[in-house]
Design a protein around this ligand. Structure first.
Ligand code: CA
Ligand code: CA
Ligand code: CA
Ligand code: CA
Length: 323
C-alpha cells in the first residue's frame, strides 16, 4: 500500500522532457552556437545555430536535465562510445579567476553520469579535471525516453547542420541528475546567473575535443568565461515572438490575449470592463462623462449641447412665466 501511494505521488518521476520542453541555453540572450568540423569525429562535434541551438536545459523540479546536439551518434554497440560529454558549472562567476566548480559528465567508458567537484583549478579549463566525485548515477546505453533510459539517452535530432550523408545525421545526447542532489552538493537552489560550459572528451573528465562557443580545437579555448552560457527561462521557445514568461499567444508584452497593453481583455487601454475610456466600470457618469458607449470627445460634446439646451429651455420658461 505504501509503495502504491508512492507510485501515485510521483507519476512524473523519470519522465523524459518532450522535445518542446527543452529550453536553449543562452549567452547574452542568444542561443549558444558551435561550428561543424572542429572535432575529428562526429560524435565529439558539438553543433548548433541560432535557429537550431547547440545545448538545452530543463528543470522539472525532480531532475536537472541537459541536452547537446552532436554531428554524429554517441552510441556504440551495447554501450556508449568510449568517450565523454559534459557540462562544467561555474558557480562563483569570478572573472579574475575564471574556472568551474562542478562538472556533470556522461562517462561513456563506465556508462555512468558523474557529478564532481573541481577543488583545484588549473589552466586551461579544457584540461582541468575535477578532484572529487560527489555522486555517480547509472547511465546505460538507451534511447531517450525509452524504458531502458535512466540518466542518459540518445535521440535523433531533426537537423542536418553539417551536410551529413547518413539518416539521421544529427543526434542529441541527454543527461540529468536529481535536482535535490544538486542542491545538497552545491548548497544552491537557484540556478540563475550560474555559468555553463559544454564540451566533449576523448578520455577522463576534461574537454579535450570540442567546446561549445569556441571554434577550432579545444586547445585554443582558454577562457571559460568567454564561452559559458546561462540558464535563461525568458526565451521564446513557444515561438509566439515574445518571451516564455509571457504565456499568452499574442505578441504584445502583457499577459492577456488582446492587442492593447492593459491587463484586461477589452480593446481599450483602461482597466475597467466597459469600453469607455474612463477608468470606472460601474460608476460611469454616462451621458455627461461620455457614457452611452460613445467616445469621450463626441459624447462629452453631446453632453454640453444637452446642458445648453436645458438652460435655454429653462430660460424661455422663466421669461414666459414672468411676462
Ligand atoms: Ca563543433
Ligand atoms: Ca569559478
Ligand atoms: Ca582541477
Ligand atoms: Ca567548438
Amino acid at each position: 500500500m505504501a509503495a502504491f501511494a508512492c507510485l501515485l505521488a510521483s507519476p512524473a518521476l523519470g519522465a523524459w522532457p518532450a522535445d518542446n520542453d527543452w529550453i536553449p541555453i543562452t549567452r547574452a540572450s542568444a542561443p549558444l552556437e558551435d561550428v561543424c568540423g572542429d572535432a575529428a569525429n562526429a560524435w565529439w562535434d558539438l553543433i548548433g545555430t541560432a535557429n537550431d541551438p547547440t545545448v538545452f536545459w530543463v528543470d522539472d523540479g525532480t531532475d536537472l536535465w541537459f541536452r547537446a546536439r552532436l554531428a554524429g551518434d554517441p552510441a556504440g554497440t551495447g554501450s556508449w562510445r568510449q568517450f565523454g560529454w559534459g557540462v562544467m558549472i561555474d558557480v562563483d562567476r569570478d572573472p579574475t579567476a575564471c574556472d568551474y566548480e562542478y562538472l556533470l559528465y556522461v562517462d561513456g567508458k563506465t556508462d555512468t553520469v558523474t557529478f564532481s567537484e573541481n577543488t583545484t583549478p588549473s589552466d586551461p579549463f579544457t584540461s582541468d579535471v575535477p578532484e572529487a566525485d560527489l555522486a555517480t548515477y547509472d547511465g546505460p546505453l538507451a534511447e531517450s525516453g525509452s524504458l531502458d533510459a535512466v540518466n542518459v539517452g540518445w535521440a535523433a535530432a531533426p537537423t542536418d547542420l553539417c551536410d551529413g550523408t547518413l539518416t539521421p545525421v544529427d543526434f542529441y545526447v541527454d543527461w540529468k541528475m536529481p535536482r535535490a542532489d544538486f542542491t545538497t552538493h552545491t548548497g544552491l537552489s537557484d540556478l540563475t546567473g550560474l555559468g555553463f560550459a559544454f564540451g566533449t572528451s576523448a578520455n577522463a573528465q576534461r574537454f579535450d575535443k570540442d567546446v561549445v562557443g569556441c571554434d577550432g580545437n579545444s586547445g585554443s579555448c582558454d577562457d571559460l568565461c568567454a564561452v559559458a552560457g546561462e540558464l535563461d527561462p525568458d526565451v521564446d521557445t513557444d515561438t509566439d515572438t515574445d518571451t516564455d514568461t509571457d504565456t499568452d499567444t499574442d505578441t504584445d508584452a502583457d499577459t492577456d490575449t488582446d492587442t492593447d497593453v492593459d491587463s484586461d481583455t477589452d480593446a481599450d487601454t483602461d482597466v475597467d470592463t466597459d469600453t469607455n475610456l474612463d477608468d470606472t466600470g460601474s460608476g460611469d457618469l454616462g451621458y455627461y462623462r461620455g457614457g452611452c458607449g460613445c467616445s469621450t470627445g463626441a459624447a462629452g460634446g453631446a453632453g454640453w449641447v444637452a446642458w445648453g439646451l436645458l438652460l435655454v429651455l429653462t430660460s424661455l420658461a422663466a421669461r414666459r412665466s414672468s411676462s
